[in-house]
Design a protein. Structure first.
Length: 351
């Protein structure tokens, strides 16, 4: 019996050593620098952050032609929390990323409070002021719509708390008249936008201080290994930086991170490159991509599964589809999506 136990223990030790050795060997064969490696779970956990870009983008598009009173704030709250549940379930097999979950809960909770308050205000006060309108959108409505789009353009590249709400508040009072058509609506909008910009300026300042104290500044690039570099790609995309050319035609390059990663990855895929590693995650690792599609669209890519789908609440007949696929299949999926009519690649979640 003792011999059997010792034998079993010995086999278990050997198995553990083999697993550790294979893991160490895999790490040793990767040429991605350590500082450029990010956990595979982050492709999922970055989605709630990016929903807080997608949602304001939908809002900005909506208020170009409509007043905010009918915007589905509560529907977006539901989509935010449901997506967080979906990505949390998708990461159960990874080590728990406490810092990321804390950050998501903070931004999701604050967005829930903001959207709930805005919904209540617009449903009551906003709609009452709309009853007095004779001449259509006021200049304050149009100013708010311009700021909403400017804000979205900004947060696609930089954190929201860096946005200068104070300057937009000053611009509101400088660039819109005190007297004009539909005065009740004008002044109600001035009050609403003054309150919104003032609160966000103060809250953004606090979040900026807390973030810089608790988190290191993230790298602005993503390291990628491709099997080949398309001809003249650096002339086409000067932000592609070659760090190392690997024997066999492979190359380690950096691409701009966040929003700019998508057009760079699409261009590489269109040029015939395949992705072998992204942020240190190998070809068999998973990566998340979202696409905006017609409601009846169904994906048919090998090795790809749908994590969740959500309707675009202000665009009936359209939906957001979150696709999970291997890194090694990213190029053919991007090429396939790019060639489909009515389908838009929304974002690639580059860890």
């Amino acid at each position: 019996m003792k011999r059997a136990l010792f034998a079993a223990f010995g086999l278990a030790c050997v198995a553990c050593m083999l697993v550790l050795a294979s893991t160490a060997n895999a790490a040793a064969t990767s040429v991605t620098p350590t500082e450029h490696r990010r956990g595979e779970e982050q492709t999922f956990l970055t989605y709630p952050e990016w929903f807080l870009v997608h949602s304001p983008a939908e809002y900005a598009a909506y208020v170009r032609e409509h007043t905010p009173s009918d915007f589905p704030f509560w529907g977006h709250i539901g989509q935010l929390w449901r997506s967080y549940g979906a990505v949390t379930r998708a990461t159960h097999e990874y080590p728990f990323n406490l810092g990321y979950h804390v950050m998501i809960c903070v931004i999701a909770a604050s967005t829930t409070v903001e959207y709930a308050l805005r919904s209540a205000y617009e449903t009551v006060i906003g709609r009452l002021s709309e009853l007095t309108v004779v001449h259509g959108l006021t200049e304050e409505d149009r100013y708010g719509a311009r700021v909403a789009q400017d804000y979205v353009d900004f947060i696609r590249v930089l954190p929201w708390y860096e946005y200068d709400f104070g300057a937009r508040l000053r611009g509101l009072w400088r660039d819109t008249s005190l007297i004009g058509p539909d005065p009740l609506r004008k002044w109600e909008r001035k009050y609403a936008l003054t309150t919104e910009y003032g609160i966000k300026a103060a809250y953004g300042w606090l979040i900026k201080k807390a973030t810089k104290a608790g988190y290191d500044a993230p790298l602005p690039v993503t390291a990628v290994i491709v099997d080949r570099l398309p001809a003249n790609i650096q002339a086409q995309l000067p932000d592609v930086k070659v760090l190392l050319e690997v024997p066999g035609g492979r190359a380690l390059v950096t691409l701009p991170r966040y929003e700019a990663f998508k057009p760079h990855a699409v261009a590489l895929a269109k040029g015939g490159a395949s992705f072998r590693e992204i942020a240190g995650n190998a070809a068999d690792a998973r990566i998340l991509v979202t696409a905006l599609t017609p409601a009846e669209w169904t994906p048919a890519f090998a090795g790809t599964r749908v994590l969740f789908e959500d309707p675009i609440l202000t665009r009936p007949g359209h939906k957001r589809v979150a696709l999970v696929l291997p890194v090694g299949e990213l190029a053919p999926v991007l090429n396939g999506l790019s060639g489909m009519r009515g389908v838009e690649i929304e974002h690639i979640y580059d860890y």
